[in-house]
Every structure is written in structure tokens, then in C-alpha cells.
Design a protein around this ligand. Structure first.
Ligand code: C2O
Ligand code: CU
Length: 680
């Protein structure tokens, strides 16, 4: 067992003895298996039925002032026992004690408060580190204080109320632990679960219910007593010899002769897969990390690293009853493979009566749905940033930064500082041949423009939030930063890399020296379990907008719950000089329009930009802009459409010949705002 000095110190520091008792020796790397199980306890292929994690029921559901449901969920993080290998029990950490955690399902526009209780032991029973947790909902544009920031930890006996806005298009998300320096071991121990955001488009296009199947894939190694082993080869990566799907080794699923939808999540902490069907037939790829692709793609094999999600459709109607179709793994460079890591699971085609209800039971959809990010064009980018992912001595770095440096700077240091709603290109380079890095950018969905100057793989032609940056690869990504202001992490999703110390942060719409009402650590604190706290989220949940929490943070939240943005002037004016005074209109309106940029340079150009926070069902909406300069009759200037992130921009050259000093924006959803206009 090799232990870095950092680990030794860390464990020494908490005084745990025998913390390495269950580690698996390094020598096992060249062996046929990494596990030390006796053959009696060694799982065999295709013996277990695929378990489907239970769907979590909300503790309560109320109807918000906007007529939309608001759900309260509660999860207890506890230590538990799981039956993973035959004849033995495995100690795990689990959301509600299960591995993987329960699935949360929610409809677009319905808000969630997730009360996350930490009832774990104070120290990890095997690896000795302190079990503080931070929960990240991966794929959600949550406010920074609900985003699972690594140092926003909740200790034992405490609970944090996370607010999830669910305003984004349908997608497969997952929630997992993100605690600083121990994410790898905590996720590996079981702290991971799927979260499905549904919307009407997706419900009308893709299989639902029992034909919509979560596949959370991970790998593990076991000690002879059934406990999980841990060896990350000096933080290069952990590669287990046993492949688990939804917590069961190499399971089998019985299927009807129809089309199924699988939400494939790679929850391995390091391993990447190259999936294909044993028949050689293609699958139909329909969704990527951020939801539906514009068009379905036929794909015979695909590369998938940690945290990437792909939704695939498989048509079993073309196979005879009794046929077994396997999902296999051809592997990629720089994984460590064992005898059976090439197998994942199997589908057994049955003669069961075929249920053809619901969409896409028999016919594959081809055209799916566009999205704001897939509609972005590189020409809209205002800045290109370049970052390298590499190993520097003992430590992994991203953008020449480590999380340690971020911590030492008092969380001020950032690798990038885009303005709210800016569109940028980020170029990420991995010049090494020795390892691959799945890079995850929080908050945004991005569009992969190219890899080494060539188009991305066909299956990557959808909204993404993790990109596989393979050996010797440079990827170009296009994204828009919003709708929240604040600091968010960017890191490698090979979790031992992330923990040591390949993580940095960027800030959106703030100068790092300005006060941050969405401070990821300070804005919303954990509280003792059972203590009822007035939910600050009454504001944040409504808003899914940074400006809303300004109200919370300043405790001036007299704003009615129906009017999430309240007066947004505080949030914007402290943030940038370009912020214009903003007034919003009556509380009864369904959306809140904010004008962030209002500028008219006479005979040069005129630009207005802002946001619309709307919790109703999303449909096409636009903003009409009026010149309301005092002493003039209001005249229409133009119209801007609101994108699915809730952003709008209107600009024209040279603009009106008379100076506009006041502007009004009226949304087609009813909201309105007025702002004064800068002349310089
Ligand atoms: Cu899935 Cu920052 O993580
Ligand atoms: Cu990495």
C-alpha cells in the first residue's frame, strides 16, 4: 500500500489507528484481480438481477404562490451494510443508507428543498478521515451556496437545506458528495445517486416509467472480508476489478421486445469505459449530460469517463426471445483492466407481453430538441481562455492552479471571471500521454466545438458539463455564464485527481474583492438536525437567481414569495459598474425582469441585456424594449428573445439619434422593468 505523505499526515492528525487495515496491496495491480476475495465470495457474471434504486418520495409537497409544486425531501447520510459480493456484507456510506442512493424525480419548474442530514460516523470507519460532507447536484445550475462547494461542509449531527431550482431542460443529473480532499473515498463508499429532471418535450419523446432505466456504473475492489478496498496508485486513479451496476456486480435485466431508455451514468471515481453491445449493433444516443441532443445518433461504441451521462435507447424487438445482449466495455488508454472489467451487464430478451404504451416503444425518435447552448455560435464568444490539466510533481493542477491555492487565498483566487451572461470559449489542453482527465465545469452546460481541431464525436453533439480530455487532446468548449453570479468550481472528475488537487474556481459577474451575497460557504449555513429553520430558499427557490439571495443575505427579504427577484438593484449595482438602477413591477406577475446592462453610446451603439426569472413552464418568450426617456412619448426600440437560461440581449448600431436615458423592458410573460441608461 502506498500512502502519500499528505494522506499519512491527514490520518495521523485525527489519531486513527489501523486505518489501512483494509487497504488492498499495490502488488495486486498486475494480478488477475484487485480484490482479495476467496473464490467462494468472488461474484460471477450475470447472476444478480439488476436492482433499481427506489424513487424517493417527498416528505411534503406544497403549492407555491406561482401555482407550481414545491417539494421537501429529506435524506439521511448514514453508514450501512450492503450485499454486493456473495456471502459477505460490505460496509458502505449511503444516502438513506443505500448504495447507490435513491433516485429523485422531479418535473421542470417544481422546486425542491433537500434537507441533507449528516448522520455518518465522525470518522470514516476504514480510512479515518473526518466525515464532513458537501452535496453537489451535478447538472443543476444551483446558486453557489447550494452547489456543494468543497469547503461548504456539513458536520456530523448537522443538516443543510439545499435549494434546487429545476428550471433547466430535462436531463439526467446525479447528486454526490463533494467534500474537500475526500470526495473520492466518500463517493466510492456509496454517496452517489441519480436525479431525473423531466419536462414535457422529453416526456413526449422518450420511454418513461419502467422503460426509463437508471444505470449507475462503478467499479470496486474488495478485501477478503467483503469490505471495500482502496488503492488509488498515488492518486493516479482507482481501478477495481469488479464492475457494479446500481450496486450489483455484472447484473442481468429481463427485457420485453421493445425499445428501452437507459440513463448511463459513469459513477466510477476513476475508470472510463468504452461501451458497446455484444451484438455489435448500434445504440441510439438521445441525450448527453445537459439533456436532449438536437438529433439522435446511432453509435456502436462510445467513450464515457467519470460523471458523464449518456442516455441511450436500445430496441430489443429485433432480437428473438431468449437472446442475451451484453453491455461490454472495450476500455480506453490508461485504465487498469482485469479479467472481467470488459463486461458490464446483460439484457435477457423475454417473451413477456409487450407493453407498447408511452412514446418510443416501437419507433426510434430521430429529431429531438435544440437547446440554448447548442444554439450558441463561436462568433458570440467575447473571450477565449486556455487552461492546461497536468501533473506538477506530486500534485495535479488545472489552469496552473490547485484547490490548496484557492483555500489559501481565502477563496478569492479564480482561474476565470466572466461577466454575467458572457459567452466564452474555453480551451482545455492535456498534453500528457499518461492520463486522461474528465473536466467538469459547474453551473453551465457547454457545447464541445472541437477536439484537436476536429469535430467532437457524434455522441458528444449535445449539451455537456463534463468533457473527456484524453491523452494528447485539446478540446474547445463554448458556453454562456449564467443565470447566477458567484463562485463555482471547475475540476477533474477523476476524483483522486480532484482531491489532490486538480480543482479551481471561476467567478461569474463579481469582482473577487467585492462582497458576495452568494458566498458558497457563508451565505447559507448548516443547522442542527431537527431544528426548523425558516427556509431562506423561499426566496432562492423562487428565484433560481443570484439577485434573489441578495435579499436573503442582507435579511431585507420583505419581498413577496411571488416576486423572487424583488428589487434587484442591490445585487447588480454592487457587482459591476455597468449595473443600472432597476425597478421591478407588481408582485402578482409571474416572471421578474432584470435589466443588467443598459447603455447607449450616441451614434455608436445601443445595448440592453438582462434576465428573466420565471418559474412557470418554459416556452418561447421575448422582451420588448421601449425608450421611456422622461419628457418623451414611449417608443418601441426593439425586441429580444429570452433564451432557456433566462437571458436576453438586444443590441444595434448605431442606434437612435437622440440619447436614450431611460429604458423599459416588457416581457411577453408579464414582467417589466425600467432602468436608466449609461451614455458612455
Ligand atoms: Cu460531479 Cu464538481 O462534480
Ligand atoms: Cu484528472
Amino acid at each position: 500500500m502506498s500512502v502519500s505523505r499528505r494522506q499519512a499526515l491527514q490520518i495521523g492528525g485525527v489519531g486513527v489507528i489501523g486505518a489501512f487495515g483494509l487497504a488492498v496491496p499495490l502488488s495486486s495491480v498486475d494480478a488477475k484481480s484487485a480484490s482479495q476475495l476467496s473464490s467462494r465470495n468472488m461474484p460471477k457474471l450475470y447472476q444478480r438481477t439488476l436492482p433499481i434504486p427506489p424513487v424517493l418520495a417527498p416528505k411534503s409537497t406544497t403549492v407555491g404562490a406561482d401555482g407550481k409544486k414545491v417539494h421537501l425531501y429529506q435524506i439521511e447520510q448514514t453508514a450501512g451494510m450492503a450485499s454486493i459480493v456473495p456471502g459477505l456484507s460490505t460496509p458502505i456510506l449511503g444516502y438513506n443508507g443505500s448504495f447507490p442512493g435513491p433516485t429523485i424525480k422531479v418535473n421542470q419548474g417544481e422546486r425542491i428543498t433537500l434537507e441533507m442530514d449528516n448522520l455518518l460516523p465522525l470518522f470514516h470507519p476504514q480510512w479515518g478521515y473526518r466525515l464532513d460532507t458537501s452535496t453537489h447536484l451535478h447538472g443543476s445550475a444551483s446558486l453557489p451556496q447550494y452547489d456543494g462547494y468543497a469547503n461548504d461542509v456539513t458536520g456530523r449531527g448537522l443538516c443543510k437545506d439545499y435549494q434546487y431550482p429545476n428550471f433547466q431542460p430535462a436531463r439526467t443529473l446525479w447528486y454526490h458528495d463533494h467534500a474537500v480532499h475526500n470526495t473520492a473515498q466518500s463517493v466510492y463508499s456509496g454517496l452517489a445517486g441519480q436525479y431525473h429532471l423531466h419536462d414535457e418535450t422529453e416526456r413526449n419523446l422518450l420511454p418513461q416509467g419502467k422503460f426509463d432505466v437508471p444505470l449507475t456504473i462503478s467499479d470496486a475492489m474488495f478485501a477478503s472480508n467483503g469490505a471495500l478496498g482502496y488503492n488509488d496508485n498515488t492518486h493516479s486513479g482507482l481501478y477495481g476489478d469488479i464492475i457494479l451496476v446500481n450496486g450489483a456486480p455484472w447484473p442481468v435485466m429481463k427485457v420485453q421486445r421493445r425499445i428501452y431508455r437507459f440513463r448511463v451514468l459513469n459513477a466510477s471515481i476513476s475508470r472510463s469505459y468504452n461501451f458497446r453491445l455484444s451484438t455489435g449493433d448500434p445504440v441510439t444516443m438521445v441525450a448527453t449530460d445537459g439533456g436532449l441532443m438536437p438529433a439522435a445518433k446511432q453509435v456502436t461504441s462510445w467513450r464515457q469517463a467519470g460523471a458523464e451521462r449518456y442516455e441511450i435507447l436500445i430496441d430489443f424487438s429485433k432480437y428473438p426471445v431468449g437472446k442475451r445482449v451484453e453491455l461490454r466495455n472495450l476500455s480506453n488508454k490508461n485504465n487498469i483492466d482485469y479479467d472481467y472489467t470488459g463486461r458490464v451487464m446483460a439484457f435477457d430478451v423475454t417473451g413477456e407481453t409487450v407493453d407498447t404504451s408511452g412514446p418510443a416503444a416501437k419507433v426510434m425518435p430521430t429529431l429531438l430538441a435544440g437547446s440554448a447552448v447548442m444554439n450558441l455560435a463561436p462568433s458570440q464568444s467575447v473571450k477565449t481562455r486556455r487552461m492546461r490539466v497536468k501533473r506538477d510533481g506530486d500534485i495535479w493542477t488545472i489552469g496552473d492552479m490547485t484547490w490548496d491555492e484557492v483555500m489559501k487565498s481565502g477563496y478569492k483566487k479564480v482561474v476565470a471571471d466572466p461577466d454575467l451572461n458572457d459567452i466564452e470559449i474555453w480551451e482545455i489542453e492535456n498534453s500528457s500521454g499518461g492520463w486522461f482527465h474528465p473536466v467538469h465545469i459547474h453551473l453551465v452546460d457547454f457545447k464541445i466545438l472541437s477536439r484537436n481541431g476536429r469535430p467532437p464525436f457524434p455522441y458528444e453533439l449535445g449539451p455537456k458539463d463534463v468533457v473527456y480530455v484524453g491523452e494528447g487532446e485539446t478540446v474547445r468548449l463554448l458556453m454562456q455564464f449564467g443565470p447566477h453570479r458567484g463562485r463555482y468550481m471547475i475540476h477533474c472528475h477523476n476524483l483522486p485527481h480532484e482531491d489532490h488537487d486538480m480543482m479551481a474556481q471561476f467567478s461569474v459577474g463579481y469582482n473577487p474583492n467585492d462582497p458576495d451575497p452568494n458566498d458558497p460557504i457563508e451565505a447559507v449555513k448548516p443547522h442542527p438536525i431537527g431544528e426548523v429553520v425558516p427556509v431562506p430558499g423561499e426566496v432562492a427557490a423562487d428565484a433560481s437567481d443570484a439577485t434573489a439571495s441578495t435579499e436573503t443575505a442582507q435579511a431585507t427579504a420583505t419581498a413577496q414569495p411571488t416576486q423572487p427577484g424583488g428589487s434587484s438593484a442591490g445585487g447588480t449595482s454592487t457587482a459591476t459598474e455597468t449595473a443600472a438602477p432597476v425597478t421591478t413591477q407588481p408582485a402578482a406577475q409571474k416572471d421578474v425582469i432584470t435589466i443588467i446592462t443598459a447603455r447607449h453610446r450616441l451614434n455608436k451603439d445601443i445595448t440592453f441585456a438582462g434576465t428573466s426569472v420565471y418559474s412557470g413552464a418554459l416556452s418561447a418568450a421575448s422582451v420588448v424594449l421601449y425608450d421611456v426617456t422622461p419628457g418623451r412619448t414611449a417608443t418601441k426600440l426593439g425586441m429580444a428573445s429570452i433564451n432557456s437560461l433566462g437571458n436576453w440581449t438586444w443590441t444595434t448600431k448605431p442606434g437612435p439619434s437622440r440619447q436614450v436615458t431611460m429604458v423599459r423592458a416588457d416581457s411577453s410573460r408579464g414582467g417589466t422593468a425600467t432602468a436608466s441608461v449609461r451614455a458612455d
